[in-house]
Write a protein that binds this ligand. Structure first.
Ligand code: NAD
Ligand code: UDP
Length: 314
């Protein structure tokens, strides 16, 4: 393996910090760029002493120049409560941020992977979702700033690939969880675990029969690394774990595994909350050298509980 200089935008966030750690372990130089909107210095504290690691505060809405070999473009708030706080800024981050990074890729000849999302499928009419499905997204709903922003980012990346020959990879990421999610991230796994550990009620939105398919972070990062290395081109690739759970099942599992006495309560379902979501990962399995998630939900949740015990108990 030759040592590469790799830019990770959103590198101080949940996924970005795990990716940075993995790339350093693989012997690369990592330039981590973040505006610390949802990312934290503590996420990358363990990497700061590594001479191959650099950290910059920068907002991807602003243009930048940099000589790098590869770009993993992850910068964007990912949790509904965060991306809906300032929807215009979310769209700008997704669209202008991706444009700015595509320009860096074009100028430096870097290969670039963009972190897209299963949200491009919206509230899917097709189940499980294959990459061929075009989605069912409300363009004016509360999730539109994120969903449409990411759809536009995919369109931009594809246009840069066809028009300028930029080497683009598109990862459609399904719900991923694990250590270093923010305590107040707002996504369901961290919410339930933190609630269970602090003796607060577990808040199920709606009847809890909606489904998601949860992927442990190390499995996703392995998929990122393989996708970046693959020669298959710019067609999007689903990355996620096909095991599907209802929110009731997830809450029950987390309650059992933490031994928590917290009650389970129901709160209103947010508008446009997708009813079900499940990845078809055949394309990834075929193109990424047999990549497949290997961490069972129970094991991943156990590691996440252990991490949050440290956070909650200080
Ligand atoms: P996260 O919120 O922990 O990380 C996002 C990072 O981007 C944070 O460090 C944040 O400070 C940074 N950021 C946000 N706006 C920025 C800006 N304008 N300029 C520079 N930095 C900025 O979320 P995550 O789960 O690590 O998500 C990372 C990426 O993966 C996001 O693009 C997200 O859309 C995508 N994704 C994640 C999931 C998942 O389940 N974790 C699913 C689908 C897609
Ligand atoms: N959810 C929930 N309780 C919470 C947070 C989320 O029941 O405290 C539900 C949410 O309504 C959705 C699912 O869990 O149906 C996943 O939500 P999350 O925000 O983690 O991801 P996304 O909706 O973006 O897939």
């Amino acid at each position: 393996m030759s040592r590469k200089r790799i830019l990770v935008t959103g590198g101080a966030g949940f996924l970005g910090s795990h990716l940075s750690e993995r790339l350093l372990a693989d012997g690369h130089e990592v330039v981590c760029l973040d505006n610390f909107f949802t990312g934290t210095h503590s996420n990358v504290a363990g990497l700061r002493d590594n001479a191959r690691f650099e950290l910059f505060r920068h907002d991807v809405q602003e243009a930048l120049t940099m000589e790098v070999d590869q770009i993993f473009h992850l910068a964007c708030p990912a949790s509904p409560i965060h991306y809906q706080r300032n929807p215009v800024r979310t769209i700008r981050t997704a669209v202008e941020g991706t444009l700015n990074l595509l320009d860096v890729a074009r100028e430096s000849g870097a290969r670039m992977m963009i972190a897209s999302t299963s949200e491009v499928y919206g509230d899917p009419a097709e189940h499980p979702q294959t990459e061929a499905y075009w989605g069912n997204v409300n363009p004016i709903g509360p999730r539109a700033c994120y969903d449409e922003g990411k759809r536009c980012a995919e369109a931009l990346a594809t246009a840069y690939a066809s028009q300028y020959g930029v080497e683009v990879r598109i990862a459609r990421i399904f719900n991923t969880y694990g250590p270093r999610m923010h305590e107040n991230d707002g996504r369901v796994v961290s919410n339930f675990v933190v609630q269970a550990l602090s003796g607060k009620p577990l808040t199920i939105f709606g009847d809890g029969k909606q489904t998601r398919s949860f992927c442990y972070v190390s499995d996703l990062i392995e998929g990122f690394v393989r996708l970046m290395a693959s020669e298959h081109g710019c067609a999007p690739v689903n990355l996620g774990n096909p095991r599907e759970s209802t929110m009731i099942e997830l809450a029950t599992l987390i309650k059992q595994m933490t031994g928590s006495k917290s009650e389970i309560v129901h709160e209103p379902l947010p508008k446009d909350d997708p009813v079900r979501r499940n990845p078809n990962i055949s394309r990834a399995q075929k193109l990424l050298g047999g990549w497949t998630p290997v961490v069972p939900l129970e094991k991943g949740i156990a590691a996440t509980i252990e991490y949050f015990r440290g956070v909650v108990e200080g």
